[in-house]
Design a binder for this molecule. Sequence first.
Ligand code: PLP
Length: 387
Amino acid sequence: MNTRPIYLDHQATTPLDERALEAMLPFFTSEYGNPSSPHVCGRGAARAIRTARRHVADLVGAMHEREIVFTSGATEADHLAIVGAALAVRSNGGNIVTTVIEHKAVLAACRRLVDHHGYTVTRVGVDRYGQVDPHDVAAALTPDTVLVSVMHANNEIGTLQPLADIAEITRQRGIIMHTDAAQSAGYGLLDVAEAGVDLASLSAHKLCGPMGIGALYIRDGTRVMAQQTGGGQERGLRAGTPNVPAIVGFATAAQLITIDAVPPPTRIRALRDRLQGRLLATIPGATVNGHPHRRLPGNLSLTLPGIEAADLLDRIPGVAASAGSACNSGSGEPSHVLTAIGLTRDQARATLRLSIGRSTTRTDIDEAADLITRAAHTLAPTPPYAA
Ligand SMILES: Cc1ncc(COP(=O)(O)O)c(C=O)c1O
């Protein structure tokens, strides 16, 4: 009997693609070598990193592989982008504009600038679908603004932002534009030229690569101050011996997306729509959060009135999903994203995030729908909304 739960938490992390694992394995054993070493072993590792950089650059449409700097993940990439870029252009001004629905990695980097470097941060609101209006970004800019950071796709409600429209505004004003693309890159949705961004954060474990590796795309000419100094690796922007196996795994996962060697997003969207349709039909009063169309194919954020999402998940250990976002789970605080789109604290706590991925099957969807429905009916047998 399969004891693994039905995994519907692909926005928290994705299973490693076996092809990425295969590519990584030699770099733990036979292909060892420090890429900084001048001998044959080091040169082999350096070559593997060069190839990897090209694959990651291709995933996001970067012109040059030198525009990719490997980091430990999107958290570090966000920090390097926001703190690093702001400090590099400190003499130009001290204001950052971001949104109220960013990941905590972005919000914490902004807070660091406020608490330790005297910056001000302006947070632009969103509509009920979680979308930022580019006019609101334009209105928030001041002559002091040096950086705008707007996430590409939200990790809780999946809503995609109009990056190109926002970047057009920042470009005209000579302001650096950063996006956290940790959630969207796995669908091949980020093209840095099309989006017009100067900086973009990526995370391998959200796109079927390994944990603990990510990258920051830095458009040529964008000034960034290193936040981790030492041996001068990564063009001096991120010191530390590179994690060669992880970089190779990340690049392989990226390449599989670029060459269409993974199931297309339309398949994931169809499964998501099936789950959404079934749950809306069987759980009275259930509502979907996020934009109806402009949202990640695999995202389903559902509010089930009168039900604590955490209680519901406790009742169905056979389904691995998340109450709100993985980052807020366990904190007891309602999600800042859900409250930003207008949900009450109770509604936010009644919200379940189900995220579908490449390995999800139709059987998974149907079984999960049955389990969730049964648990919802047990927890709210006579819900106030079913009058
Ligand atoms: C939007 C977003 N940004 C940043 C992160 C952090 O990524 P990492 O785990 O690679 O540090 C996550 C992961 O939860 C995310 O969803």
